[in-house]
Design a protein around this ligand. Structure first.
Ligand code: ZN
Length: 376
């Protein structure tokens, strides 16, 4: 069976938001929930809990209250909620501007969990255990009264940041009762002033377990079960990306629609400057095509998503074992065109693979894996 796990990194912009938080996260999520209902699929919301804790600590309770109300609603509607941690929030200053906009003052060295060295002498592993346990407790206290079977046991690292010191991170996850991780994006490399990722040497398998003592490059039978985020490795996505580029060129001749941004990322200390020139944009597009690496984040081009997803599934599916595939999105980046493409994409996947494919939550994945003794 091919299991598709639609997932959502449920968070505001980490640099700042042009609109009130509710417009950036709550309303956009409502629209996604409607789309999920239309196509009959569940979604797992990886909630950025450290953000909620910091808001409350600084006396801003309205936004975390609205988030919790929405999480309760998603569980009532058959979706799932799991843990997403951006640890820099523990130390972030929040300022409100005009019309409910926000900006955040951040220490970039605190972005990656594995870079923390707590001043009180706590080890990195114990620091991680503290946060993962608090997050699990927070979600279970909130959601078990709604669904007595609810369990927090899956994790997605903020910014996919499970490096450096991944041994401490995975050992802490295991120790805090997390059974599934979905932070690995095969083939991804990323280096900014805050984040550093190298997933070029992770196992070329659909799923595997991560043993904290063996690191990220070796598949294991025991440890934390990995459901990677769907991505084609370097070179594999050249043709799908080239086709998508030509579709985009034709489309942009037909429409001159301006994209509206609701916020800006953590890498920018201020709002982004003007768009690049056409030549710069073209060069950037060609570089992306030449690299041929592509991560499937729900986007506006359903044909590209279909092209990439079928290549990935056909590469990793195996008649003897189930394949668990995670596809990611962010509420804050959603717009009506993405929602339309999402529905088209899922309907196409459904008609291509028929009864061999099913959309499930992380909680359901855990139940299936338990039956097969792949998680304890
Ligand atoms: Zn995030």
């Amino acid at each position: 069976m091919i299991y598709i796990l639609y997932s959502n990194d449920y968070e505001v912009f980490l640099g700042g938001n042009y609109l009130p938080e509710n417009d950036v996260l709550i309303s956009t999520t409502e629209n996604i929930l409607k789309s999920c209902e239309e196509i009959g699929v569940p979604m797992t919301f990886f909630c950025d809990l450290t953000c909620l804790w910091r808001y409350r600590e600084l006396g801003y309770t309205e936004f975390p209250d609205a988030v919790e109300q929405q999480l309760v609603q998603t569980i009532r509607s058959g979706h799932d909620v799991q843990t997403h941690i951006h640890p820099h929030w523990l130390d972030t200053e929040i300022s409100y501007g005009k019309n409910g906009s926000t900006s955040y003052k951040v220490d970039p060295s605190k972005f990656l969990m594995g870079n923390w060295s707590p001043e009180d002498g706590t080890s990195l592993r114990d620091f991680c255990v503290g946060i993962y346990t608090k997050a699990k407790q927070h979600l279970e206290d909130l959601l078990i009264p709604i669904d007595s079977n609810y369990e927090c046991m899956a994790y997605r690292a903020g910014g996919y940041g499970v490096q450096p010191n991944s041994g401490d991170i995975y050992s802490a996850l295991q120790n805090s009762g997390y059974k599934i991780d979905s932070s690995i994006v095969p083939g991804m490399t990323y280096e900014t002033e805050v984040n550093r990722i190298d997933f070029t040497k992770v196992p070329s398998l659909g799923n595997y377990s991560i043993d904290p003592d063996k690191g990220l490059t070796r598949a294991s039978d025991t440890g934390v079960f990995e459901i990677p985020v769907l991505a084609l490795r370097k070179g594999e996505a050249r043709w799908p990306l080239a086709k998508a580029f030509f579709r985009k060129v034709i489309k942009s001749f037909l429409s001159r629609e301006k994209r509206k941004r609701l916020g800006y990322p953590i890498q920018m200390s201020h709002a982004p400057a003007k768009d690049n020139t056409l030549t710069q944009q073209l060069l950037a597009e060609f570089k992306i095509i030449r690299d041929g690496w592509y991560m499937l984040e729900l986007g506006e081009d359903a044909d590209l998503m279909m092209d990439v997803a079928t290549r990935y599934i056909d590469q990793y599916k195996n008649d003897n074992t189930d394949l668990y595939v995670s596809i990611s999105c962010h509420s804050k980046s959603m717009n009506p065109r993405i929602l339309k493409a999402f529905k088209k994409f899922h309907r196409q996947l459904d008609s291509l693979y028929g009864s061999h494919l099913k959309a499930i939550t992380f909680k359901e994945a855990e139940q299936f894996l338990k039956q097969e003794m792949k998680v304890s």
